[in-house]
Design a protein around this ligand. Structure first.
Ligand code: ATP
Ligand code: MG
Length: 567
């Protein structure tokens, strides 16, 4: 392709709204353009890379035995009402009306559509298991679209769905998909981890997220420094054993703590360590008030709390509700003598504490020398806090460390959640009707593309791995007005193409500095520059990622490139 003819608008400056490298570079190097917040078009260069990622995904899906199909993106509300998700999915679902005032959604995900197809078409166990997938734009009205392709409102996803007779069969397909995902992200050159994730309200059990390790990731991964254990920080169980203390408990006392609001302020004022104070937080869990107690240096993990109660909705109680129910605001909340209708639950670490402080449910007062169990009732001690760096790894091997990650893929055992609600059943070998079991498996293709740029760039631009680059070779003619340069560059362009090499030919009448800067920005792995020494039949060669440069005879350069491409 000749660059002079291509829709490839590069920019000198970063777009002002672009905070992270992949967003800045993909816009500046002419891969993508935004048309509204979180909504992007792929220009020719971006589209070429997208197709390469898609090709890897298709090959691995094929190999895993999944069949490609393409489902409608526009989905009638009736389907979403069958599963109840018309109400529970919330404002992320983009909803619209047709001319007859019928309600539709733009596909945010396709469990309902695929389940309705399979329920209508598959009646016998002989057709199971079945795995289908599609690659399609998804629509989600994200609260905070940001970071370019990382969190869009329209984005490209590969979604796959599997249907089964038994859990053994679901487990097998899940493992096959897990392996396919590992291959895909390895082939994309990504540094990633498969981590144990939260199965949430979907009723499934096993679920893993594939996380690309990156500072700009929104998720935190807790991993062991000496085993393969890795989990989303929300999920990692805490196994720290707390020994009962030898300290004798003193009688509880009420003390004034005027103007002391935060845990740290109260601890400083009372002269004890943060972990010797109790943190009390009120939650509204499916409409009931629950006071959750942790050590002052620990954080309540709302996912664990939600799972503990098997709740559909949990939220922090408002300060207004807290005042109404307990009689004091957030700063002086505590578990001593609380109203009978408020359940008090505590994290395991609280059980072995003595002589701690807590709010007295009276503005400006705290209790000291409080002993849980003696001075207040706890309905249960459970694992309710976030794991911390330095905690023992839940698999018993090593110590937990944290890293940030970008979720690029998600595999999920759905179980019977959708099939039950949508009556997807089949006849087994005995002629008995049974509910199908399902799995679902997603990859954010556009997010993966951006993650690759996060891991492959330097100060001057993108440094694509060869198998994902939009072109293999960038051919630059420094001064096309000079006859011998133009002739040699034209000639090389023909020969490269004839050898089956993907080449982008910068034949533009631009200054050399502009061409070099654009070439670095775009990030094609190999560069051939035809310049001053064209008259002697010599060209410059450069490897984008390493900066290695060398000079070659015009007759040898194609061989040199082919040798590099074949290694
Ligand atoms: P997140 O927690 O990041 O919102 P999710 O749990 O909602 O992701 P899934 O519903 O599992 O994501 O979707 C499958 C995949 O689609 C994700 O693993 C991710 O790679 C991608 N994805 C999800 N939301 C977006 C988005 N707004 N923009 C780009 N990719 C997305
Ligand atoms: Mg989401």
């Amino acid at each position: 392709m000749k660059q002079s003819e291509m829709l490839l608008p590069t920019l000198k400056e970063n777009p002002t709204d672009a905070e992270i490298k992949s967003h800045q570079l993909l816009v500046r190097a002419g891969y993508i353009r935004q048309i509204a917040s979180g909504i992007y078009s792929f220009l020719p260069l971006g589209n070429r890379v997208l197709k390469k990622v898609e090709a890897i995904v298709r090959e691995e899906m094929d190999r895993a035995g999944a069949q490609e199909m393409l489902m409608a993106a526009m989905q009638p509300s009736e389907l979403w009402k069958e599963t109840g998700r018309w109400d529970t999915f919330g404002p992320e679902l983009m909803r619209l009306h047709d001319r007859h005032e019928r309600e539709f959604a733009l596909g945010a995900t396709h469990e309902e559509v695929v389940t309705s197809i399979v329920r209508d078409e598959i009646k016998s166990y002989k057709k199971l298991p079945l795995t289908v997938f599609q690659i399609q734009n998804k629509f989600r009205d994200e609260k905070r679209p940001r970071f370019g392709l990382l969190r869009g409102r329209e984005f490209l996803m590969k979604d796959a769905y599997s249907f089964h007779e038994s859990y053994e069969s679901l487990d097998e397909s899940y493992q096959r998909m897990y392996d396919a995902y590992s291959n895909i992200f390895r082939r994309c050159g990504l540094n990633f981890r498969a981590v144990i994730a939260d199965s949430g309200a979907m009723g499934g059990k096993d679920t893993h997220e594939f996380m690309v390790l990156s500072e700009v990731g929104e998720d935190v991964i807790a991993y062991s420094d000496s085993s393969s254990y890795a989990a989303n920080v929300e999920m990692a169980p805490v196994i720290t054993q707390h020994e009962a203390t030898q300290e004798t408990s003193r009688p509880m006392e009420k003390v004034a703590t005027p103007e002391q609001k935060t845990m740290q302020e109260v601890a400083d004022y009372l002269g004890h360590d943060l972990h010797k104070g109790l943190k009390s937080i009120m939650f509204n869990i499916d409409g009931s008030f629950v006071m959750v107690i942790t050590r002052g240096d620990h954080e309540v993990n709302d996912v664990k709390l939600k799972n503990y109660y098997d709740a559909s909705l949990i939220d922090l109680a408002s300060e207004e509700d807290t005042r109404r129910v307990i009689g004091s605001g957030f700063g002086s909340l505590g578990p001593v003598d609380v109203n009978e209708d408020v359940e008090v639950i505590a994290d395991m670490a609280v059980e072995s504490l003595v002589n701690v402080s807590c709010g007295a449910n009276e503005e400006g007062y705290h209790y000291i020398n409080v002993t849980p169990g003696r001075d207040f009732k706890v309905s249960a001690y459970a694992d309710l806090r976030f794991i911390k760096e330095g905690d023992p790894s839940p698999d018993g091997e090593g110590i937990i460390q944290f890293a940030r990650g970008i979720e690029v893929g998600h595999v999920f055992k759905l179980g019977s959640f959708y099939a039950e609600r949508m009556n997807a059943s089949y006849l087994d070998a005995q002629g008995k009707s049974n509910t199908m079991l399902m799995g679902c498996y997603g990859i954010g293709i556009s997010r993966t593309l951006a993650s690759i740029v996060e891991q492959y760039h330097d100060d001057n631009g993108i440094t694509w791995p060869m198998n994902l680059a939009p072109y293999q070779v960038h051919l630059l003619s420094m001064n096309p007005k000079k006859e011998e340069q133009k002739l040699l560059a034209d000639d090389l362009y023909q020969s490269l193409q004839a050898s089956g090499i993907d080449v982008l030919y910068d034949d533009r009448k631009e200054r050399a500095g502009v061409k070099f800067a654009d070439s670095d920005l775009i990030g094609i792995p190999l560069r051939i520059t035809v310049g001053k020494r064209a008259g002697d039949g010599l060209v410059e060669f450069k490897v984008r990622a390493t900066g290695d440069q060398s000079e070659h005879e015009q007759h040898d350069i194609i061989d040199h490139v082919q040798t590099l491409l074949s290694t």
